[in-house]
Design a protein around this ligand. Structure first.
Ligand SMILES: [Zn+2]
Length: 447
C-alpha cells in the first residue's frame, strides 16, 4: 500500500530530481557551447589555408554555393568572438570572409566569398604547441592537381640539375619548439634559403623551393611539387626534438625498405596512371601486359632511387660531421611521406636537436646555419660529380681533379668515376699504369 504521504514524498523527490536534471542540462549546454576566437589566413603559391581557432573541438558542416562562388561553414553550438574586419590582407583566392544568418540560434555561419572554383579540403586539427583546437580550410588551385608527365629522354640536353628543398613545417604547423622559444619552421626555412642561394650560384644547378615563406605544404604534395619541378634530388630540412634536453646532433634519414615496397605495389596497381613516377622504365611498365615484367622494372627503378638516396645521405653525413656533432653516424631508415617518391632520390636531414640548449642556440645562429647549408651543398656537389644525370650541363662539362691517396691504383680511380682506365690515361697523358700518392688526375666524363 502506498499512502498519500508517501505519494507526496515520491512526487517531491521526482520534482527535485527533474529540477536537478534540467539544471545539469543547462550547465552542460552552456559549457558545451564552443566559440571561434580567431581566423588566420596563410596564402601560399598554389593554395590558401584558412584556420579557425576554437576553444573546443569544432562541430561543423559545410557546403559550396555557386554564382557567386562561396564556401559556407556552419559551426554548431558555437558563437563567434571575432571581428571580420581586416581579415583578408593579400589573398587572391578569397574575396571576403563574413558572418551570415545562422541556421539555428546557437550556431554560427561563416561565408568565404571565393574568387574561383577551388579544390576544397576542410578538416579539424587537435591542439599542438601554441595552437588550440582548429578547423582548417584548404583551397587548392585546380590546375596544380593535374600531373605533369615527365619525359626525361626528351628534356633538352645541358639542362640544370634540379634540387628540391623542403623547409620542414610552416604556417599553422610550427614543428618542434625549443626551450628558448625558437620555432623549427623558422630554422628550417632559414637554412633552406641559404642552401638555395649556394645551389643557384653553382653553374648547372638549380634549387626548387617547395616552401618559400610561412605557410604549410601537405606531406603528400611535397614529392608531387618536386616532380613538377623535375627535381633530381629532394632534400627535406628539419630540426629534431626529444622529451629530454640531452640528445644532440644531426642525423640523415632515408626511406625504409618496407614502406618502399608497399609504395611500389601501389604504383603497379595504378600503373597506367602512375607510370611517370617510375622514371625511364615508365613507358615499358605502362604498356606491357606482363605484370611480372612491370613489377621487376618498377622494383629496379625504385631500388635505384633508394640506393641513390642512401649514397647521397652518406655524402651529407660526411660533410655535416665537419660542422656539427652527429646524432647518428649512419643514414637512418624511416617511413615518411616526404621520402616516398619512387623516382626522386630523397633524404630528410635533422640539422640538430631544437630540444638541446646548445643545438638550439647554434640552430638560431646565422653563421651556424650557413655552415650547415654549405655542408649540405658540398654533399650535393660531390654526389652529382659522381652521379650527374644524362642530359645535364654538369654531365656534359664535368671535369674534376682527383688526388691519389695511399692504396689507390689507376683502376680503382677509374672504377670510382665510372670511366675506363684507357680514358683516364688519355685525359692525363699517362704512358704507364703507375700512379703515386699525391698525384693529381683530371677526371673527365667519357663520351
Ligand atoms: Zn620537423
Amino acid at each position: 500500500m502506498i499512502t498519500n504521504y508517501e505519494i507526496k514524498i515520491i512526487l517531491s523527490y521526482t520534482l527535485k530530481l527533474l529540477l536537478l536534471f534540467f539544471t545539469l542540462c543547462i550547465c552542460i549546454k552552456s559549457h558545451a557551447a564552443n566559440s571561434i576566437n580567431g581566423i588566420r589566413v596563410w596564402p601560399a603559391p598554389d593554395n590558401t589555408r584558412v584556420v579557425f581557432d576554437l576553444v573546443q573541438k569544432p562541430d561543423y558542416k559545410y557546403f559550396s554555393l555557386s554564382s557567386p562562388k562561396r564556401l559556407v561553414i556552419d559551426f554548431n553550438d558555437s558563437k563567434s568572438l571575432i571581428s571580420f574586419q581586416n581579415i583578408i590582407k593579400e589573398d587572391h583566392r578569397i574575396k571576403k570572409i563574413r558572418k551570415s544568418k545562422p541556421k539555428s540560434k546557437n550556431s554560427t555561419r561563416i561565408v568565404l566569398e571565393l574568387a574561383d572554383n577551388f579544390q576544397l579540403t576542410v578538416f579539424p586539427l587537435a591542439p599542438t604547441g601554441q595552437y588550440g583546437n582548429r578547423l582548417v580550410v584548404d583551397l587548392y588551385d585546380k590546375n596544380t592537381s593535374t600531373r605533369t608527365v615527365i619525359n626525361k629522354k626528351s628534356a633538352n640536353s645541358n639542362r640544370d640539375i634540379v634540387v628540391a628543398i623542403v623547409a620542414g613545417h610552416g604556417g599553422d604547423d610550427p614543428g618542434s619548439i625549443g626551450a628558448r622559444g625558437s620555432y623549427e619552421k623558422r630554422i628550417t626555412l632559414a637554412i633552406a634559403k641559404k642552401l638555395e642561394k649556394l645551389i643557384n650560384n653553382h653553374q648547372g644547378m638549380k634549387a626548387a623551393m617547395i616552401r618559400t615563406s610561412d605557410y604549410y605544404v601537405a606531406h603528400d604534395r611535397k614529392p608531387k611539387l618536386a616532380r613538377k619541378n623535375k627535381a633530381d634530388l629532394l632534400i627535406s630540412l628539419h630540426a629534431d626534438a626529444f622529451t629530454s634536453p640531452k640528445p644532440s646532433g644531426a642525423s640523415v634519414l632515408v626511406q625504409s625498405t618496407r614502406r618502399a615496397n608497399s609504395e611500389t605495389s601501389r604504383v603497379i596497381a595504378n600503373r597506367q596512371k602512375e607510370s611517370e613516377l617510375l622514371g625511364g622504365a615508365g613507358e615499358t611498365i605502362k604498356n606491357t601486359k606482363d605484370d611480372n615484367l612491370a613489377i621487376t622494372l618498377a622494383d629496379m627503378s625504385k631500388e635505384h632511387t633508394m640506393k641513390s638516396s642512401y649514397e647521397f645521405a652518406t655524402h651529407v653525413l660526411k660533410q655535416l660531421k665537419k660542422v656539427t656533432k652527429l646524432h647518428k653516424k649512419q643514414p637512418e631508415g624511416l617511413s615518411l611521406a616526404v621520402l616516398k617518391a619512387p623516382d626522386i632520390p630523397s633524404v630528410l636531414i635533422e640539422t640538430g636537436f631544437i630540444s638541446n640548449p646548445t643545438d638550439e642556440k647554434d640552430l638560431n645562429s646565422s653563421v651556424h646555419q650557413q655552415k650547415l647549408a654549405k655542408a649540405i651543398y658540398t654533399a650535393v656537389d660531390s654526389y652529382f660529380i659522381r652521379n650527374s644525370p644524362e642530359g645535364t650541363l654538369l654531365a656534359a662539362t664535368k671535369e674534376i681533379d682527383h688526388n691519389i691517396i695511399h692504396g689507390e691504383s689507376l683502376s680503382v680511380v677509374a672504377h670510382r668515376y665510372k670511366v675506363s682506365v684507357e680514358h683516364l690515361k688519355k685525359t692525363n697523358n699517362l704512358t704507364s699504369n703507375t700512379v703515386r700518392v699525391g698525384q693529381t688526375l683530371k677526371i673527365k666524363r667519357e663520351n
